[in-house]
Design a protein around this ligand. Structure first.
Ligand code: IPM
Ligand code: MG
Length: 362
């Protein structure tokens, strides 16, 4: 049976990097004898232009059909003046997450050893190896979705309201994802909250503590979010898995991504119980769109995460990840990574290099 994949290239550099991920998946398919069935659909600004909505019905149908969604990027200056709730990011991403209950957002922030000099952190903080952090962010609850929400009139004044809500089961299921991930990695988990001020976060901390009883081998710490933001810069190597709610995870995952120095390298997975969405962290980069110079590696690594989490093809996933590292070790760099040394390549060459190495028998 073929693996069913919805392909949503989106806007900006999305289509360019998607082409390269599909190229690499082609090599995976030949090398490992896997079958993929792809259906492409419009999402984001391009869908607004063509269909009047960032997440049109036909795209919903394709996503409903799929087991996994490969998502490029959405948004750009052309759509920035639309009302906030119609903008590509909000009108496409949030409904996608909610429709498929993609509650577990995995955002690895890894310093690739060949790129260690790209990190803005000093050598003495990074050490020789850099760091390898997995941010596990709750993605379908918290202040993003809590009700009431809106701008209301009250005694002639306008009142803007968002509501931070977490149910115990929402915290429990994301905590289990984080503990399970910690068991497969360094067995350390930092749970982020603001339990000194926010009541919903008192519950968060309680539930995480309860779940921890099932994972006695994992060393758990609770950090307040402001402190966590400092510790990430002071000593990122102390972190293994970071567990956070929707908003704190949004913020801390950007901070961790920046600390790696190469946001063009970072993939992500958003997992529900029966579907996954895979997306590079970098966004649509309208400034370089259409020039063929974008770094496709985050999209390619997102496809590797799809192989791992949606299709349980661990060997294929690892082969793609190793091919990426080997291309970097040989000095190939797209513009975003290029520091005057090594070989400057464009999007298509980078994709071809990774695909070649995936295809090669080793
Ligand atoms: C992200 C983005 C989104 C979020 C925005 C675009 C809605 O920042 O995926 O991190 O806040 O979740
Ligand atoms: Mg964000």
């Amino acid at each position: 049976m073929a693996y069913k994949v919805a392909v949503l290239p989106g806007d900006g550099i999305g289509p360019e990097v998607m082409d390269e991920a599909l190229k690499v998946l082609g090599a995976v398919s030949r090398r490992f004898g896997l079958d993929f069935e792809y259906r492409e659909a419009m999402v984001g600004g391009v869908a607004i232009d063509e269909r009047g909505h960032a997440f049109p019905d036909e795209t919903k149908e394709v996503c409903d059909w799929s087991q996994a969604i490969l998502f490029g990027a959405v948004g750009g200056p052309k759509w920035e003046d639309l009302p906030p709730e119609e903008q590509p990011e909000r009108a496409a991403l949030l409904p996608l997450r909610k429709r498929y209950e993609l509650y577990a957002n995995l955002r690895p922030a890894v310093v690739f050893p060949p790129l260690i000099s790209s990190s803005p952190l000093k050598e003495e903080i990074l050490g020789k190896e850099g760091f390898d952090i997995l941010v596990v962010r709750e993605l379908t609850g918290g202040i993003y979705f809590g009700q009431p929400k809106g701008i209301f009139q009250e005694d002639g004044l306008r009142k803007g309201v968002d509501t931070l809500v977490y149910y115990d089961w929402e915290v429990e299921r994301i905590a289990r994802v984080a503990f399970d991930a910690a068991m497969r990695r360094g067995r350390r988990l930092a749970s982020i909250d603001k339990a000194n001020v926010l009541t919903a976060m008192v519950l968060w901390r309680d539930v995480v503590r309860e779940v921890a009883k099932d994972y006695p081998q994992v060393e758990l710490e609770h950090l307040l979010v402001d402190n966590a933001a400092m510790q990430l810069i002071r000593d990122p190597r102390r972190f293994d898995v970071i567990l956070a709610g929707n908003m704190f995870g949004d913020i801390l995952s950007d901070e961790a991504a920046m600390l790696t120095g190469s946001i063009g390298m970072l993939p992500s997975a958003s997992l529900g119980d029966d579907k996954g969405l895979y997306e590079p962290v970098h966004g649509s980069a309208p400034d370089i769109a259409g020039q063929g110079v974008a770094n496709p590696l985050a999209m390619i690594l997102s496809a590797a995460m799809m192989l791992r989490y949606s299709f349980n093809e661990e060997e294929a996933a690892r082969t793609v990840e190793e091919a990426v590292v080997s291309v970097l070790e040989d000095g190939y760099r797209t513009g975003d990574l290029y520091r005057g040394e090594g070989k400057l390549v464009k999007t298509k060459e980078m994709g071809a290099l990774v695909a070649e190495r995936v295809a090669a028998e080793r």
